[in-house]
Design a protein around this ligand. Sequence first.
Ligand SMILES: Cc1cc2nc3c(=O)[nH]c(=O)nc-3n(C[C@H](O)[C@H](O)[C@H](O)COP(=O)(O)OP(=O)(O)OC[C@H]3O[C@@H](n4cnc5c(N)ncnc54)[C@H](O)[C@@H]3O)c2cc1C
Length: 430
Amino acid sequence: MDDKLDAIVVGAGPAGVTAARALANAGLATVVLERGQYPGAKNVWGGILYRQPTEEMLPGFETEAPLERPIIEQRYLLLAEDAMLGATYRTQAFAEPPFNAYSVLRAEFDRWHATTAEAAGAEVYPEFTVVDLLWDDGQVVGVTTGEPDGELEAHCVVLADGANSLLAQKVGLHNEWAPIEQALVAKELIALPSGTIEDRFNLPSGLGTALEIFGESTWGLLGYGFIYTNKDTLSLGTGALLEDLIRTGINVNDMLDRFKRHPAIAPMIEGGETVEYSAHLIPEGGYNRMPQVYADGVLVVGDAAGFVNPLNREGVNLAMLSGKLAAQTIAAAKERGDFSAATLSRYRELLDDSIVIKDLYKIRNVTDFAHARPHLLRDYPELLSRIAREYLTVDSVAKKDKQATIARMLRDVPKRRLLGDALGALRTLR
Ligand SMILES: Cc1cc2nc3c(=O)[nH]c(=O)nc-3n(C[C@H](O)[C@H](O)[C@H](O)COP(=O)(O)OP(=O)(O)OC[C@H]3O[C@@H](n4cnc5c(N)ncnc54)[C@H](O)[C@@H]3O)c2cc1C
């Protein structure tokens, strides 16, 4: 017997709390250290939470978790300079239980989520920032807050400290993310009466929509803008690959202001009051740039390991699943009494068998494909807008002549480029 903790989890986001809950449920002595004033205090954004993966982690969560609106509809929109076009998918299947997804406000959700780990027996301590790890003969054996009495020892440490994990860098598992491996997003929470939200977005009472908006929303850079409807607020944001922001000198706050002023967006938020602002990094290195996720006495989960699928807007579900798999690995390591990298490498095997790695592998080339084609989000929205305007404008021009004008517009796009983009997209998403 020893008096060491079994596990210390750094960070009370979805990955850390899921790991802590699963560890505590397996009977392991677990402590979570969170730098925020309370879990969620540093995660002020609102986003989309998928029901089925969350239900798998937390059966019955819908009756207890603070949720905003069931999402019944997805809109994909392209913004040109003064126009908007796009596609909407709304189905009655998403408008009835079991719902597909909910909008959530992370500050509230994370705070509640942490109580589920506490109920399982984990101890959660906010206002503790871990600044370094403790080592013994090359093995991580604990953490320190840098205070004289701030050292805590455990058999295993779970790094769930989110994007830009300084601690994973200290372990030498990865270098600082390069600008091409992360996106910077600026986001606002805009208050509007719930009835106004329902009228403006054509929603049945209490139900919600998610808008993903490409093109002018990011000044044509690789990224997207979004609007998610909450009960009486909108989560509105925009962001792009850090590398492109640096290259173009575009400031993400200016991008957000420009997005809000667009003639197709401004009426959606008119009269709304901005009640919260935040900016955050999203790791986008994906499978090709994934760091090593285990070492002697330590595992890396969630954003800290780069588990984000930007194409399908999935981060929370992958974070939770990786937390669960890390806990499973640690519980097995405890049975063996061996927390070496060799034993903890089981975590990577479990990840490989899960949708975390299967999905990240599938989209592994998407960022590089799109990044190599800056015209995709810059030129095509404008072209499609001009085509739509020509087609939809009713005047005295004969339809045959309109058709010829549209054909000329398409001919102006170099054929090799069009073909290369289409074939490249098919190959990348195959
Ligand atoms: C604007 C934006 C919108 C997004 N929208 C969606 C969406 O709609 N759906 C979706 O699924 N995903 C979305 N994501 C991605 C999602 O937020 C992340 O993938 C997810 O939060 C990762 O969870 P995590 O627990 O790994 O990290 P985080 O949620 O980042 O949690 C990390 C925690 O660690 C704490 N911490 C950090 N360092 C320390 C330290 N040294 N000591 C103690 N505590 C520390 C932080 O305070 C934080 O609480 C979005 C991301 C952003 C930025």
